[in-house]
Ligand binder design. Structure first.
Ligand SMILES: Nc1ncnc2c1ncn2[C@@H]1O[C@H](COP(=O)(O)OP(=O)(O)OP(=O)(O)O)[C@@H](O)[C@H]1O
Ligand SMILES: [Mg+2]
Length: 397
């Protein structure tokens, strides 16, 4: 079937769309094949495991010797493969070092939000969720965007692998549903669950907007109710919203108690973010006037996709520091080939066990990611009264 120059546009669109889907399908198959040969789940050497679990390597070895812990698998060469995340979580149970919130602490609901497209929201949301899971928090990542970038970073091609019934969509439209549990799925990170998305969620955007226009503003709280129906099982929920002010973004603002706003230091992104902040301000005031008081307790801005080789970016970054003050995270998320490479394989930097670019580039990238995510982790713990004394002991407040 070839596309003739005179064929109606609708036919060309149909053909192009079918071909694109076929390519996405083979891309997904290739990503799966790569995964079958490489280790997708991250592995940790004993020193790193000890650090993450909060005990010494000696304590781990003692527990393995006296049978409280199972020793990790070895290859024929008697070489330890390393510990998996579920091994780490068993250790945390044995040593009593789970970092969970107390039941009396509210779950953290972090929205990685900016109405500007392409600022790195999904990249940050997924790496943040995986980082928190590795640290032992019970984490849920909710893909609220019909573009489904976050879902793709878990190796799914949304419109081939995810059914609309497995997304937020049914819950948002059907008032009789009382729980979002049906959409929560396991991932290859122990302790990290995902609510995936696909293109169909775009429909919810229209339906919600139409019904809200008819005066049904209670719908704004539908996502918040859905999250409340599953949040008892989680310490933290990370939301990845679409890049526009619409019904779903508004619902995300209602559901979240923390906003993390990625802003690349370019003039366009800076100016869009200024517009985002003033729209946010108006929206919060409007909601408050209608009796919807905001739960937002935390606002942090992250300089993202930073290229410090560009002098204009260094300049803008300096200005952002002065302007945003303590709201700007100290660590900046630099532009990294490692992130690009992982993304194009439908993977993330945290799940790779070896470097894709070079060890140096990979380690640098991990340093930024861990720095940004670590700062967010501390802010999250500050919202939990049960963590207050531990944060003081650790010298973090
Ligand atoms: N720190 C980074 N280094 C390199 N590439 C990055 C970085 N952050 C984001 N990207 C790339 O930029 C593109 C856009 O990122 P991402 O999808 O995370 O943005 P977004 O804000 O979620 O976009 P949208 O508004 O469409 O939802 C992706 O191709 C991603 O791989
Ligand atoms: Mg996105």
């Amino acid at each position: 079937m070839s596309m003739g120059p005179d064929q109606p546009v609708a036919e060309s669109v149909d053909q192009l769309s079918q071909r694109s889907n076929a390519i996405l399908g083979s891309l997904r198959d290739r990503a799966e094949a790569i995964r079958a040969t490489e280790n997708r789940e991250p592995l940790f050497k004993i020193g790193r495991a000890a650090e993450l679990v909060g005990r010494t390597t000696g304590a781990i070895r003692d527990a393995e010797r006296d049978g409280r812990l199972r020793a990790p698998e070895r290859k024929q060469s008697n070489f330890r493969l390393g510990y998996t995340l579920s091994d780490l979580n068993v250790m945390r149970d044995v040593f009593g070092t789970r970092p969970w919130r107390a039941n009396s602490d509210a779950p953290a609901i972090l929205a990685v939000q900016n109405f500007k497209g392409g600022v790195g929201k999904s990249t940050l949301a997924v790496h943040l969720a995986q980082y928190l899971a590795v640290r032992g928090y019970r984490t849920l990542l909710v893909d609220c965007d019909s573009q489904a970038s976050a879902t793709m970073l878990f190796g799914y091609v949304p419109d081939l692998d995810v059914d609309e019934d497995q997304t937020l969509y049914p819950f948002l439209r059907e008032a009789e549903r009382t729980s979002l549990q049906y959409a929560v799925r396991d991932t290859h990170f122990d302790g990290l669950k995902l609510i995936p998305s696909n293109l169909r969620l775009f429909q919810a955007e229209y339906e919600l907007a139409a019904r809200m226009a008819l005066g049904n503003s209670v719908l704004l709280d539908r996502l918040r109710e859905g999250l409340a129906s599953v949040s008892a099982d989680f310490d933290v929920i990370v939301l990845d919203p679409p890049p526009a002010l619409g019904a779903i973004s508004l619902s995300v603002l209602r559901a979240a108690n923390s906003l993390i706003v990625p802003v690349p230091p370019t003039l366009m992104d800076f100016s869009s973010t200024a517009a985002f902040l003033s729209m946010l301000n108006e929206t919060l005031e409007l909601l408050e006037a209608r009796g919807f008081r905001s739960d937002l307790q935390l606002l942090r801005i992250v300089a993202s996709r930073v290229d410090e080789n560009k002098s204009i970016q260094r300049e803008l970054l300096g200005m952002m520091k002065g302007l945003y003050g303590h709201h700007l995270l100290r660590t900046v998320l630099k532009d990294s080939a490692e992130i690009d490479n992982a993304t194009s394989r439908l993977m993330t930097v945290y799940e790779q066990n070896g470097p894709i670019t070079s060890r140096e580039v990979r380690n640098r990238c991990l340093t930024y990611l861990d720095g940004v995510n670590g700062e967010i982790e501390v802010e999250m713990r500050k919202m939990w009264p049960s963590h207050a004394s531990r944060l003081r002991q650790e010298g973090l407040v």
